[in-house]
Design a protein around this ligand. Sequence first.
Ligand code: SIN
Length: 270
Amino acid sequence: MQIERLGGSLGARASGLDLRNWTTELERELRAQLLVHKVLLIPGAILDPEQLLRIAQGFGRVRVHPVVPHVEGHPGVIEIRNFGKARTLNEHWHSDVTFEPEPPDFTLLQAQVVPACGGDTLFANQTQAFEELSVGMKAALSRLRAVHSGGGLARIMGQDQAPEALHPVVRLHPETGEKALYVCRAFTQGFEEMTAPESAPLLEYLYSWAVRPHLTIRITWRPGDLVIWDNRCVQHYALHDHGDEERVLLRVTMGGERPIGESKVLEEPS
Ligand code: SIN
């Protein structure tokens, strides 16, 4: 496997792999690379839902999306099919499904059909976003929790339920021990026990801070590209600049753990 960095902050291309010949040794190596680079681009052959699920299972427990319907016969696989702005579900900065109590750790996304140009996906490093804050801001944020809601997505999907979860604003990565900002424009509603207008100024500041250009990479898809990312320390954004051209990707999200923050660690010393 050859590893080549994609940006100054995060991301790497892992090439020389056969996606249809997946081994546990390869999984171990990819997982280790993911903890370093946070986003991996793996060029390869187009997979069907069954093949993608088989690869995903190596990364843990496949989860079924609480709101978006899955591909028939393949719980856990969702098809992201966009035809222009009018049907955009994901043109916003987010980490996946943060409105669940145990949001996914990894996401696997494979391009099936790509537009002639455009339709890139952007990723931003939330560990570096946190590290670059002042000492005072880091301390203040480490005491806060925020409410995340899937109400907007549920409404688009014609559902009444609005799943919600409360998470630390600074998330401790269970495998690397690094801290990352864990709020996103798509799903975060406000800080715990504060009103939306009270929360908005600081949240707006953090949303912009978290996705400054030097923290990002931009992936231009080719059919068969598989991208795997770590939702615990990365946000992403699907750019819909490809008019009405077809763009189809298959996505699987993996079971994660309840996010913990610093205050939780202080409360419960091990
Ligand atoms: C997603 O938001 O999980 C998918 C990103 C994309 O469509 O590029």
